[in-house]
Design a protein around this ligand. Sequence first.
Ligand SMILES: Cc1cc2nc3c(=O)[nH]c(=O)nc-3n(C[C@H](O)[C@H](O)[C@H](O)COP(=O)(O)O)c2cc1C
Length: 173
Amino acid sequence: MRGLTDISDLIRSRRTHKSFGPAPVPPEVVDELLELARWAPNHHRTNPWRFRVLGPETLARLKEAAGPGEAPKLDRAPTLVVASAVLTGDLEQDEEDICATASAIYAVLLAAHGRKLAGYWRTPSVLRTKAGRDAVGLPDGERFLGLIHLGTPRSDPAVPGRAPLETYRIFLP
Ligand SMILES: Cc1cc2nc3c(=O)[nH]c(=O)nc-3n(C[C@H](O)[C@H](O)[C@H](O)COP(=O)(O)O)c2cc1C
């Protein structure tokens, strides 16, 4: 699948989608997105990311763990991927591996957007609980970083405000 290719346009126009059409992302397209994740920078080439693509049984377990209040929110997107970082216990390495995994998640979101798919990086609290982690098979030693929602866009989300360059670019003498 090919779509937008200019990286500046891609970065500016990617949006968080919260409303998705029913069609799941085909497994081969999920693989295209996740194959791009491995090109994210990672120090010492630790390849720390793990992406678990949820099937229906796992989603049912996760919804059970989430409870009736939160479970319906897990039905928003047809394709869900749990992104996590494998940690070693070495604080410096772990910090870098978390950064690398966040970069990999962003690569997936940009790649999805480039294919005109909708994406959403969500951090539902259920995946910070033991029950939620168990539901998706997250072992001790992996840090949950995001539940990536993927699917077809149903709307054109508004552009959230961004701080202007002058507020965060600091020239040093
Ligand atoms: C680490 C991380 C966690 C996020 N978790 C959530 C979340 O739990 N719920 C949510 O609505 N948005 C979440 N977001 C999405 C941001 O709210 C969103 O990126 C922001 O509003 C800017 O919108 P945009 O992505 O369309 O530019 C998360 C983003 C990041 C980077």
